[in-house]
Design a protein around this ligand. Structure first.
Ligand code: KIV
Length: 271
């Protein structure tokens, strides 16, 4: 029986064991109770309450505007729907880059007020002091390297990262620093598959990829993208498992027609 089938509750230790056993980790985003309940019952290993909520829930162009209070709200809603998956919440832009004390304060607020089990932070060397401090307080931290959407204004574009040696070498170095600082897993976003494989083979913590090829320890996708709710976002790495935009559009169109034609509610649907 696989580790995935055996465990009643996924913890950071379970993820490390899955890596040791060569068992892939499944991770997906969720931002609300109802969706989290479905993906948890489907058997997902990790639910990320991503700051992508800023885009797909709030309609912002980037992840920068979302606040700590917003993330706590989404985290708490997800937590209430989940029994088995490990729930991780993104520390939003501006709540940890200032200094390690502020970072710890933000992480503590998330843990206390949403009841989730871990936080995720973007960055390498620059955030090591904060990672150390948060981990020392007993809060599990997931790292995030490669394309880091909170730094979009530094890059100016969402193209694939670390294609040049300098950036690739820094990424490898950063992954080791995050591991040493106590991160329990690291997300690698939109980097060459060969580089992601090298990182996954050179650290003991699980590497979760998004646009980082198959030779890593797990995969993550934004649920609105993989379900086909978002239409305008089509990077090469995205596999759409459904066209929920069309499904919802069709259902709402039928409902409107039924209301206009006084076909809804019918006699059985009233008191
Ligand atoms: O915010 C998010 O959804 C993420 C994933 C893309 C990994 O960080």
């Amino acid at each position: 029986m696989s580790v995935h089938q055996q465990v009643k509750k996924v913890t950071t230790h379970v993820l490390k064991e899955m890596k040791l056993m060569g068992e892939k980790i499944s991770m997906i985003t969720s931002y609300d109770y109802s969706m989290a309940k479905i993906v948890d019952r489907a058997g997902i290993d990790v639910i990320l309450v991503g700051d992508s909520a800023s885009n797909v829930m709030a309609g912002h162009k980037s992840t920068l505007p979302i606040t700590l209070d917003n993330m706590i709200y989404h985290g708490a809603a997800v937590r209430r729907g989940v029994k088995r998956a490990l729930v991780v919440v993104d520390l939003p832009f501006g709540t940890y880059q200032g200094n390690s004390k502020e970072a710890l304060y933000s992480a503590i607020r998330i843990m206390k007020e949403s009841g989730v089990e871990a936080v995720k932070m973007e960055g390498g060397e620059e955030i090591i002091e904060s990672v150390n401090r948060i981990v020392s307080a007993g809060i599990p931290v997931m790292g995030h390297l490669g394309l880091m959407p909170q730094s979009i204004h530094k890059y100016g574009t969402y193209v694939v990262r670390a294609t040049e040696d300098d950036e690739a070498n820094k990424l490898i170095d950063d992954a080791h620093k995050l591991e040493e600082a106590g991160c329990f897993a690291i997300v690698l976003e939109k980097i060459p598959a060969k580089l992601a494989k090298e990182v996954a083979q050179s650290v003991r913590v699980p590497i979760i990829g998004i646009g980082a090829g198959s030779q890593v320890d797990g995969q993550v996708l934004v649920i609105h993208d993989m379900l086909g709710i978002t239409q305008e976002f089509s990077p090469r790495f995205l596999r759409r498992y459904h066209n929920l935009y069309q499904e919802i559009f069709g259902a709402v169109t039928n409902y409107i027609q039924d209301v206009k034609a006084v076909d809804f509610p019918n006699e059985k649907e009233q008191y």
